[in-house]
Design a protein around this ligand. Structure first.
Ligand code: ADP
Ligand code: ADP
Length: 232
């Protein structure tokens, strides 16, 4: 089954002579349980694509969908509900709440949605990410890498159907990057979640099922079961 995708998606910023064609007809499917890394040069449209796929930005043309839901057809309220119930986000800016502990930040989306925390999965996530001993600390008491891992745990703990990541290993050292990538891998292998990340990290290639390359707003290449050597 298809978890999400886009059909002939276009995005134009501005108008007239200064218009920027950030996406020029992107068609892509994300199969349920698959881990996709989107790579490509700076300015190629990676973030724009991810934002349109996740319903954080409106496309100019074509359509983006999550499951059977066409995002352009949803009201703001329906979009908010879809994001809350079915999507997890790991962005480079951590967006942690400064007055809440790491543990409280991690379970915040579930608390807001009135859902129970699966303690076993919570423990598995924080252990794998190496933050089990940091749970009582405020974000300001954590290193950048630890904050990133808390943000990652927050995206994973509710087991959303699809996880979108924008440079999830962006500020991490090699070891922490490996931990984040392996838990995203585990999310697909062990829980059938679908993962889509935008990344410059060649290491991501050896964890992903496929790498999709964007250039100038179009998909120019796709590799299945790649190795890091393929993307250097
Ligand atoms: P990437 O994530 O691959 O670096 P982006 O999706 O951020 O690429 O950007 C694609 C193109 O769209 C670039 O030319 C960028 O300058 C432009 N762009 C992105 N966001 C905006 C915006 N809010 N307003 C105008 N142009 C934008
Ligand atoms: P474990 O705690 O079971 O040893 P790891 O953190 O090593 O788990 O890996 C978690 C998941 O990520 C497993 O599904 C594993 O197959 C996958 N994985 C780990 N390292 C790599 C790698 N270098 N390339 C591809 N997949 C990997």
């Amino acid at each position: 089954t298809v978890a999400a995708g886009a059909e002939n998606l276009t995005k134009v910023y501005g108008a007239g002579d200064t218009a920027v064609h950030a996406l020029r007809g992107v068609t892509i499917e994300f199969a349920t349980g698959e881990f996709t890394a989107i790579m490509g040069p700076s300015g190629s449209g990676k973030s724009t694509l991810m934002h349109c796929l996740a319903g954080l930005d409106d496309a100019s043309g074509g359509r983006a969908y999550i499951g059977d839901d066409n995002l352009t057809g949803l009201s703001d309220k329906e979009m908010t509900r879809l994001r809350r119930d079915r999507i997890g986000f790991v962005f480079q800016s951590f967006n942690l709440v400064p007055t809440l502990t790491a543990a409280e930040n991690i379970t915040l989306p579930l608390d807001i949605a009135g859902r129970d925390v699966d303690q076993q999965w919570f423990d598995a996530v924080v252990n794998r990410l190496g933050i089990a001993d940091r749970l009582g600390h405020l974000p300001t008491e954590l290193s950048g890498g630890q904050q990133q891992r808390v943000a990652c745990a927050r995206a994973l703990v509710g087991r959303p159907a699809i996880i979108f990541g924008d440079e999830p290993t962006g500020n991490l050292d090699s070891r922490s990057s490996g931990e984040v990538l392996s838990i995203l891998r585990a999310a697909t292998d062990e829980f059938g979640q679908t993962v889509v990340i935008v990344t410059h990290d060649p290491r991501a290639a050896s964890y992903a099922d496929r790498v999709v390359f964007l250039a100038d707003g179009q998909i120019v290449r796709e590799l299945r079961r790649p190795s890091a050597d393929d993307v250097f």
